[in-house]
Design a protein around this ligand. Structure first.
Ligand code: PAF
Length: 286
């Protein structure tokens, strides 16, 4: 059974005693809970590379905008602790809002050019909230390595840059997106989808395969590919809106001519659920 901590001071002391007295390397998996196979993969990676693995479970209010799904976000701490136990996690940090934000934070972190495009453009303040909580969790836990899924590709790039610019002594380890048998990227938000909506949500993955086929046939123009992807997804029932389809290089700079290693990034509303996904060009041989 993992040890459960609610207080920053206690988990910091726990980590310190492991690191200082036993020389343990500490791996950290930050999550908002409602754990799934994608989180299990992050935990497994951490367990391979570290002596101690810590998972945080905290639905961070700061990264949700007005009218977003903060209230609705699925929560089940006992279930999550059970999954952590199955995966051999050493400790779970599940703080309260009072513990994380005893006062309204006055620090605001922006990463120019990175937090104001794609998700950052559509969800103003989102990455400020992510950076705030991630930096705080790094300060509390002081891990050697932290594990982030490529499913939230922009978040991964933002955190990498945060760590680089501020010289935070943490190695950020990217972990590939986990998809179900039909290609749907795993997300805690998939629980919102009805069976019919889930069927339409598969169009995101299938649009990546369409893009790979178009690329194979020599279509490299980013605008052409973006339009083809958008039209394909919008042709599915229950797809209410495409927030964006974009193609950028691996550092998230815009591209005109698409090449292997570039990223296709999507945000799509299926019913009342907003899904994001992304794809590394060249990852499927079609
Ligand atoms: O990816 C998430 O689950 C969250 O954005 C994170 C990194 C745990 C910060 O709240």
């Amino acid at each position: 059974m993992p040890t459960l901590f609610k207080r920053s001071r206690e988990i910091r002391n726990y980590v310190r005693s492991h690191r200082c007295e036993k020389g343990h390397a500490v791996g950290f998996v930050p999550t908002m809970g409602y754990l799934h196979e994608g989180h299990r993969k992050l935990i497994r990676e951490s367990k391979i590379q570290n002596d101690l693995t810590i998972v945080s479970i905290y639905v961070n209010p700061l990264q949700f905008g007005e009218g977003e799904d903060y209230e609705r976000y699925p929560r089940d701490l006992q279930r999550d602790i059970g999954i952590c136990e199955e995966e051999g996690v050493d400790a779970v940090f599940a703080p309260t809002d009072e513990e994380m934000y005893p006062e309204r934070p006055l620090v605001s972190i922006e990463i120019k050019g990175l937090t104001d495009v794609l998700e950052g453009k559509l969800r103003p303040g989102h990455f400020n909230g992510v950076c705030n909580v991630v930096l705080k969790l790094f300060n509390i836990i002081q891990p050697d390595r932290a594990y982030f899924g490529e499913k939230d590709y922009q978040q991964l790039k933002v955190v990498e840059r945060l760590v680089k610019d501020l010289k935070i002594p943490v190695e950020v380890v990217p972990v590939a997106t986990v998809r179900d048998g039909e290609g749907l990227a795993l997300s805690s938000r998939n629980t919102y989808l009805s069976p019919e909506e889930r069927e339409s949500a598969l169009s995101l993955y299938r649009s990546f395969l369409l893009a790979e086929r178009l690329l194979r046939d020599g279509n490299r123009d980013a605008n052409f590919l973006k339009e083809a992807i958008r039209d394909f997804i919008l042709a599915h029932p229950h797809v209410r809106k495409v927030d964006y389809v974009d193609i950028r290089d691996e550092k998230l700079n815009p591209v005109q001519e698409v090449k292997e290693g570039d990223r296709i990034l999507l945000a799509v509303w299926v019913g009342d659920t907003r899904l994001i996904d992304n794809w590394r060009v060249g990852d499927a041989k079609v």
